[in-house]
Design a protein around this ligand. Structure first.
Ligand code: SAM
Ligand code: DTB
Ligand code: SF4
Length: 338
């Protein structure tokens, strides 16, 4: 694999998109969105940390890295029963996909045995499954695919040029290699990045060029807005104009027309107005539920109210948003980083 983008979406072309007058950019994004999706439908994924904290990687944004003094306690892999109880709660609340994250650099083979059993259990509930466990080798990817895992999340996070100032313990190429084995195993790829880490607009274009250049591009593209967590190296990252986030979402939609573009971390801080612009720009998926992995997510009642105010509906549900099922609740309390 190579870090040279293979699509016609070069960083230069994408940077030009990002620089368009906002009405022009939004118009292009909306046309693309409407060609492939119902613009009123938003997919809901719920997230659970199944192995929290103590990660050997040094990702500068991450509260779960053992390199940073954040106060997140390192746990072992959660019991399958508890994972399944959380999945059932997410399903009852209306989520169509259950995403499980582990703070590992890479799973051990005995971990794969355990998570494969969890995948089978969550699938049996009728939920789509997604996992993010760090780097995988080809054999591990195949085990997960055979267990029925629908999506594997592994983010590129930023441009190849900016990457080294955020993470030193894992290379960009290693991330691309994991994406390759996930694809070869036949799973859907969920891959995106983080906006607001002090990167330039050119870096955001560089990230999107990498994503759009994957062949095929990811089915699911999470766009995270950095959650600045005290104790991480990025706790004092400079403020970014939130319209840059909207622009990034719009450019993701234009460059990856059929992908699910997910508003991921940082929705609470973005506020209703910016989120509404993101939906207009082509975002059509969110993380729904009390918590992300260790930090708080947007309030579920606020999400339900926002869907009603904007006339959006959750995909996979017949009823109007006013009839969205009750908000999901955690079966066990999650840790909250300060
Ligand atoms: N350990 C696995 C890995 O890194 O591949 C999986 C879990 S990791 C927490 C998943 C993703 O969450 C990261 O790639 C990053 O994009 C995102 N993330 C982590 N901390 C974040 C933060 N503070 N703000 C925004 N996104 C964050
Ligand atoms: C992704 O791109 N964002 C999610 C999911 N994939 C695993 C994680 C967000 C984590 C935000 C910080 C935290 O709570 O740890
Ligand atoms: Fe570990 Fe993933 Fe956090 Fe990086 S982002 S420190 S790999 S849990």
């Amino acid at each position: 694999m190579t870090t040279t983008p293979t699509s016609s979406w070069t960083p230069e072309r994408i940077e030009a998109l990002l620089a368009l007058p906002l009405p022009e950019l939004m118009w292009q994004a909306q046309q693309t969105h409407r060609a492939h999706f119902d613009p009123t439908a938003v997919q809901l994924s719920s997230l659970l940390s199944i192995k929290t904290g103590g990660c050997p990687e040094d990702c500068g944004y991450c509260p779960q890295s053992a390199h940073h003094d954040v106060g997140v306690k390192a746990d072992k892999l959660m019991d399958a029963d508890l994972v399944l109880a959380n999945a059932q709660a997410a399903k009852d609340a209306g989520a169509s996909r259950f995403c499980m994250g582990a703070a590992w650099r890479e799973p051990k083979d005995r971990d794969i045995d355990k998570v494969a059993a969890i995948v089978e259990g969550v699938k049996a509930m009728g939920l789509e499954t997604c996992m993010t466990l760090g780097m995988l080798n080809a054999r591990q990817a195949q085990r997960l695919a055979d267990a029925g895992l629908d999506y594997y999340n592994h983010n590129l996070d930023t441009s190849p040029e900016f990457y080294g100032s955020i993470i030193t313990t894992r290379t960009y190429q290693e991330r691309l290699d994991t994406l390759h084995v996930v694809r070869e195993a036949g799973m859907h790829v969920c891959c995106g990045g983080i906006v607001g880490m002090g990167e330039s607009r050119r870096d955001r274009a560089g990230l999107l060029a990498q994503l759009a250049g994957l062949d095929p591009y990811p089915e699911s593209v999470p766009i995270n807005s950095l959650v600045r967590v005290a104790g991480t190296p990025l706790e004092d990252a400079p403020d970014l104009d939130p319209f840059e986030f909207v622009r990034t979402v719009a450019a993701a939609r234009i460059t990856m027309p059929k992908a699910w573009v997910r508003l991921s971390a940082g929705r609470k801080e973005l506020g209703d107005g910016i989120q509404a612009l993101c939906f207009l720009a082509g975002a059509n998926s969110i993380f729904y539920g009390d918590t992300l992995l260790v930090t708080g997510n947007a309030d579920v009642d606020a999400d339900r109210a926002l869907f009603v105010r904007l006339g959006l509906r959750a995909t996979g549900q017949q009823a109007a948003p006013t009839a969205m099922a009750p908000a999901p609740h955690r079966v066990i309390p999650m840790q909250t980083a300060h």
